[in-house]
Every structure is written in C-alpha cells, then in structure tokens.
Design a protein around this ligand. Structure first.
Ligand SMILES: [Zn+2]
Ligand SMILES: [Zn+2]
Length: 282
C-alpha cells in the first residue's frame, strides 16, 4: 500500500462535463483525499473544442486557470484540473489527443501534471449534403454513446447543436441545418467534451494514472512526493568513436522542497548506437 499523501485533505475539481467519473476513483484511492466537485462555473469560457469560443491560453495555462477558479469557489487550497487537446498527429496523418491532468497544492506551492498522448480517439469532421453519409459518419464515430455536434454550412457557423445522442434528434437536427444553410450542406463533427465521449474519458483516466505514478516518487532525503526526473543531460558516447551523441547520458532529479539532487548515469545503457552519432552517421 502506497503512502496516502493527501489523506483527509479535500481536493477541488472544477468541471461541468463530469470529469470526476474519470478522476475521482483513481485519485481518492491512491492518495486518500476526498474530491470535491465544483460544477457551477462555465468552464467553456476558457475555450471549446467546437470553436464557438477560442481557447486563448496553452493547455497547461488553461488547466491552471481552472484550478485557480476551483480553489476560489470552494475555498480549498488544493485543486486538480483536466484539459485536453485534439488535432492532427505531428508527423503522420492521424488524429491525436493529448490529455493533461494538473494538480496544484497551494500549501506546498507544488505543481505536477500527468499526461497521456494517444491516437485512440474518434476526433473527426465531415461536410455533407447527404443524410446517408452523415449516418455512416455517426456509426463510425461510435454514436450514440459518443455524441455529435452539427451546424449549417461549415465549421465556423455560429448556429450550432451540441450533444446529439439519439438517431431521431440527429435526423431532425440534420434537416434543420440543411434548411438553415446557404450551401445545402451540413458540418458534422464528433463531440469531444468528456461526458459526450467515452474514449476521451478513458484517456483522462490514463493521464490521472500518470499523475499518480509521478506523485508516488518520493524524495530520498525528505520524502516529498513527485520526485521525478527534472533534467535529461545529453551526450551519451557513440559505441564506435566515443564522441557525444544527442542521447541521454544522465538523468537528474531535484527535490522542489529540500533541493536534494539525485543523478542517474546511463539510464538507457552506456553507449549510443552508431546510427545516432553525428560523426559516424551524419
Ligand atoms: Zn526532498
Ligand atoms: Zn560515432
């Protein structure tokens, strides 16, 4: 049994999209805390996936804002927030989801996040005039367990219907959007809000598990949680010529509380394969 680092402490989560379903069981079991839900605040003002409100801050900054708001509303001094992003994979033509779960403990002035990156997502869009095509898109997206969003014409239309979760409503909404459109077409997309997207909910769980795993590294000197690698120093020597490569030579962890430093030489072996060497394989 791991040490219950937040035993009897209340942690606030600001969400109106039921993110507690992913976070609460894992966090409470692993840390002994009690998760308090604040749902009376419209987190959409920080930005939406459907572009009706643009997110102006980075993913991490937005999570910080949510925590600050949650602490303000609840009067608690420790908060947690989840913030996701969706887009194309950086190198291959596939959708990509990055989920961040951030914890901030004001008492300790301590911040730590868990992260999960995954191609496991139904993130997709379609513009069509055909209800048949819209239906096949819906079926591929995991509808109706995964909800849909539709609007007339294109992705930027201000008329928008979110959270569609049954076939009858889909049919009605589609017909309404066609009638409202200039082009006769409808823009349909997957609803990425947590309560509308079970695949995303799974990814938030995984980010929460990553946070717990990081928290459960304790400083060998003062036992503060979250003692993780804070710096990776490059320069692992090439196996052939011995010149430094870009691979990691040593990892360094520094305790944010007592400043204890632990360095670990050769975390991934003593030499770099020649294919990583700038000299042998330029
Ligand atoms: Zn320490
Ligand atoms: Zn070399």
């Amino acid at each position: 049994m791991e040490k219950q680092i937040y035993k009897n402490r209340k942690i606030v989560l600001l969400t109106k999209h039921k993110k507690e379903e992913a976070i609460k069981p894992i966090l409470e079991k692993a840390t002994g805390c009690r998760l308090i839900i604040e749902s009376g605040f419209d987190t959409d003002i920080f930005g939406t996936f459907s572009r009706d409100i643009t997110r102006t801050k980075s993913q991490l900054e937005t999570a910080r804002l949510k925590i600050r708001e949650g602490m303000l509303l609840s009067g608690l001094d420790i908060g947690i927030a989840s913030e996701g992003s969706f887009g194309p994979h950086p190198f291959i033509p596939a959708p990509w989801n990055i989920e961040l779960v951030l914890l901030f403990d004001q008492q300790e002035n301590f911040e730590l996040y868990g992260i999960h990156e995954s191609g496991e997502t139904n993130f997709a869009q379609l513009t069509t005039a055909s209800f048949e095509e819209a239906l096949s898109f819906a079926n591929k997206s995991g509808f109706p367990e995964h909800f849909l969003i539709i609007r007339p014409d294109d992705s930027e239309s201000e008329q928008i219907i979110k959270g569609i979760n049954n076939y009858e409503w889909l049919k009605e909404a589609f017909a309404w959007c066609v009638a409202e459109s200039h082009s006769g077409k409808v823009f349909i997309e997957t609803d990425m809000r947590a309560h509308a997207n079970p695949i995303r909910m799974e990814n938030i769980k995984k980010a929460t598990e990553d946070l717990i795993e990081k928290l459960h590294n304790f400083c060998p000197n003062c036992t503060a949680p979250g003692f993780i690698v804070s710096e990776r120093i490059k320069g692992l020597p090439c196996e052939l010529c011995g010149l430094p490569s870009d691979l990691v030579l040593k990892n360094s962890s520094k305790c944010r509380k007592c400043s204890y430093v632990l360095e670990r030489l050769h975390p991934n072996g003593q030499f770099a394969a020649a294919k990583y060497c700038h000299f042998c394989n330029p």
